[in-house]
Design a binder for this molecule. Structure first.
Ligand code: GTP
Length: 739
């Protein structure tokens, strides 16, 4: 530090470079209490990316303002995102603000990418929810809000697009109260200056804040309001705010009671009380502005510092790791020069370059390099401490959602300590299950609900395509890749049309392979109706050697193991003679046949294969045994027949009470099962309903029409369910392309 100071006067190094080094030096030494890890969440197009772009600009991290419509934003850095103007991957950016370091994750707003949002929420301590001031709380706002609830994350709400004449701040605040059942606390109100431009009235300081359009909103002025109606109204709002908070905060309540007035409450005291109430998720401070017109962003960043928690105030569960490393992998990205990069939130300990880490599934990995996150720019660092977010290079088998630890022993010890601290005694097996859940390592990857075939442009690019798909799968565990041995095609499974389309475009832009996708189809599953047993004997001569297999297999309804042995007395002696390796081969062959059911090629589920008897001739090749086992199961399935299971979506629809009957009538035409209709706030009702995915194509626009835009909806996969014979044959015709 001393040396840098001296050099500033020495004239030896360009002054700008020196200043940059100096600030980087101070910046790097930030402590956990000076860090804010936040997620930015919203419905599609509410303005997350534009808001993030402004934050980077005002913090000095970027020198020019990126715009979504010009395709030059920092966080939407993938070519795909730039072309389509939407955020696909949640990318991390880090910037300094008023002595703190903010690590911000920009997340995708589209429903197909819910899984990505879910993963990034493990990495943050607080959330900024951006609302479109002209639309209020929208469908995906409800979804992300529910996800943030699940992770118990403190929140700020930012009402964006307040420059637009149709923006309605009060409606947005009301939506927060009624649609999200939260307690909003408005710390700002919109107003206009004499030129008709958006300004902000600050409820706590009673100032009017005015941004200067000339310097791209870099500076803003604060003016104390003159005695006027505006001031009186603002003072009333300040009193209401104190009143609201004093019901939640003892320190504030004591001051109000002892002085018998709201006037003696200092701004600092209000801020402290609001911070506590926000961190305990009792209230949500509401701010406003216009990211596009550069109004209000600095105050939003101030609010992140003031009201959202530092890392050390959260995740106490990880204290059981002591000084050992615990890090949550929340994203993997592929960089052409650096290969796969793993984004990790360090929960405990310190990650250093060259360090050996163990991922949740037991593999050891070495961190070859560490980078500070700034979307697609990388700045190398040597070590990063608990509370921060870092990009690791060199991790080869880690996947999104893994927990990285210093060693297996460290993880086991932490699990034991956690158990002890919770005062529970249990068997080892239980112990692992429970703590896995607490550490968030029991990832629930949603089943694919759509699938389509994927073909490389030529046979020679098949391997490259498979490699690209493997990499994309590590980044996005909700992408399923399988091989269909009947059609010889590679099959992609995923969450929706956009999901598949993005994969195709990424393979083209990042791996330069122009793949073809087949038509998108619903991912039906199949299941058997009743048990059935058969014996298949096959004899063949291959290259002069006699191959001879006879297998007796049974399929039974079972949701547990895929394969079992029939240990009844008449079969036991035969099964005991089979070497473990042969059993493995039979298991592999027969289980592989469950991948593709006879009816529509869907995965066969809730079905167990039971081996009764096996006679294998001397010299018979493993591959022959495997093929016979698969053939035997196929024969069983096609003779006994299967029933179809279709993907079901769980919907939550919130609408004004008078719209409910129209919505329900439409739902009943969609084979929906209404689970409940609950009151929601004073005027609204919430319908909880399960409906087949096949009936929901274009549903969000249909709902908009039926409710004249007053309803909001969330939708997520909710398992599979049986169908009646008529719907089954309709589904079969659809799969065959006849409907
Ligand atoms: N009038 C107005 N337009 C805005 C404002 N903020 C963003 N927009 C515009 O709204 C559109 C969507 O903005 P984005 O920042 O891409 O929204 P997003 O939430 O990141 O969208 P996704 O990444 O697709 O989820 C763009 O055309 C922006 O220019 C604002 O404050 N006022």
């Amino acid at each position: 530090m001393k040396m840098l100071k001296y050099a500033l006067h020495s004239g030896g190094m360009p002054r700008n470079r020196l200043l940059r080094q100096l600030s980087a030096h101070i910046f790097r030494r930030s402590y956990s209490s000076n860090i804010r890890n936040i997620g930015i969440l919203a419905h599609i197009d509410a303005g997350k990316t534009t808001t993030t772009e402004r934050m980077l600009f005002y913090s000095g991290k970027t020198r020019s303002l990126g715009e979504v419509h010009r395709g030059n934003t920092v966080t939407d850095y993938l070519t795909q995102e730039r072309e389509r103007g939407i955020t696909i991957c949640s990318s991390a950016v880090t910037f300094p603000w008023s002595g703190n370091r903010i690590n911000l994750l920009d997340t995708p707003g589209h429903i197909d990418f819910t899984m990505e949002v879910e993963q990034s929420l493990y990495a943050v301590d607080g959330v900024v929810v951006v609302l479109d001031g002209t639309a209020g709380v929208e469908a995906q706002t409800v979804t992300v809000w529910t996800q943030a609830d699940k992770h118990k994350l403190p929140r700020l709400a930012f009402v964006n697009k307040m420059d637009r004449p149709d923006a309605d701040f009060d409606k947005c605040v009301n939506d927060l109260r009624t649609k999200l059942e939260t307690q909003p606390v408005c710390i700002q109100y919109p107003s206009k200056n004499q030129d008709g431009l958006l300004t902000i009235n600050d409820v706590i300081t009673l100032e009017q804040l005015t941004w200067q359009p000339k310097d791209l909103g870099r500076s803003y002025s604060k003016t104390k309001l003159e005695p006027s109606d505006d001031l009186r109204q603002l003072q009333e709002k300040r009193n209401e705010l104190i009143d609201q908070l004093s019901g939640l905060d003892d320190e504030l309540a004591d001051v109000v009671i002892s002085t018998e007035s709201f006037d003696n409450v200092s701004n600092a005291l209000i801020e402290r009380a609001l911070r506590r109430a926000t961190c305990q998720q009792k209230v949500v401070p509401v701010l406003l502005g216009s990211a596009y017109k550069n109004v209000g962003i600095q105050r939003l960043m101030d609010a992140v510092n003031t009201y959202l928690p530092a890392p050390e105030e959260r995740n106490q569960i990880y204290d059981c790791f002591g000084n050992e490393v615990a890090g949550k992998v929340f994203k993997i990205v592929h960089d052409k020069q650096r290969g796969p990069l793993t984004l990790v939130r360090i929960l405990r300990g310190e990650i250093k370059r060259g360090m050996r880490l163990i991922c949740s599934r037991g593999q050891a990995e070495v961190v070859s390099k560490l980078y500070e996150p700034l979307a697609d720019e990388y700045r190398e660092v040597g070590a990063v401490q608990s509370g921060d977010v870092v990009i690791c290079a060199g991790l080869k088998s880690t996947v999104t959602g893994d927990l990285l630890t210093s060693s297996q022993t460290a993880l086991r010890n932490a699990q034991k300590r956690l158990k002890q601290s919770q005062g529970t005694v249990s068997t080892d097996e239980d112990e692992e299950l429970d703590t896995d859940e607490l550490f968030g390592i029991d990832r629930q990857i949603p089943d694919a609900v759509y699938f389509c075939s994927i073909e490389p442009p030529s046979v020679s690019s098949q391997t490259a395509m498979e490699q690209a798909l493997r990499q994309l799968q590590r980044e996005d565990p909700s992408l399923r890749v399988s091989y269909d041995s009947v059609t010889g095609q590679t099959v992609l499974g995923g969450m929706g049309e956009l999901h598949m389309d993005i994969i195709k475009s990424r393979i083209l832009s990042e791996y330069k392979i122009d793949v073809d996708l087949g038509p998108l189809q619903i991912a039906y599953k199949e299941t058997i109706e009743s048990p059935s047993l058969t014996t298949l004997s096959v004899e063949k001569e291959i290259a002069g050697s006699k191959q001879n297999v006879s297998l007796t297999l049974e399929v039974v309804k079972d949701q547990g193991e895929l394969f079992s042995l029939d240990k009844s007395p008449e079969n036991l002696s035969n099964l005991n003679t089979l070497p473990p390796r042969t059993l493995q081969v039979i298991r592999k062959g027969s289980v592989s046949a469950l991948e593709r059911g006879p009816r529509v090629g869907g995965q066969v589920v809730d079905t167990q294969i039971r081996l009764h008897n096996a006679i294998i001739g001397r010299g018979t090749a493993d591959s022959f045994v495997m093929a016979t086992a698969a053939q035997c199961v196929q024969k069983l399935l096609s003779t006994s027949g299967t029933r179809l299971l279709e993907p079901i979506m769980a919907l939550q629809i919130v609408a004004p009470s008078e719209r409910i009957s129209g919505i329900m009538a439409d739902l009943s035409r969609r084979r929906a099962l209404i689970n409940d209709v609950l009151p929601k706030g004073e005027r609204n009702k919430m319908i909880l309903v399960n409906a087949p995915l096949a009936e929901l194509s274009g549903y969000s626009s249909a709902l908009r029409t039926i409710s004249s835009g007053t309803a909001s909806m969330t939708m997520q996969p909710s398992g599979f369910s049986g169908m009646n014979a008529v719907d089954e044959s309709l589904a079969e015709r659809r799969v065959q392309g006849l409907e």
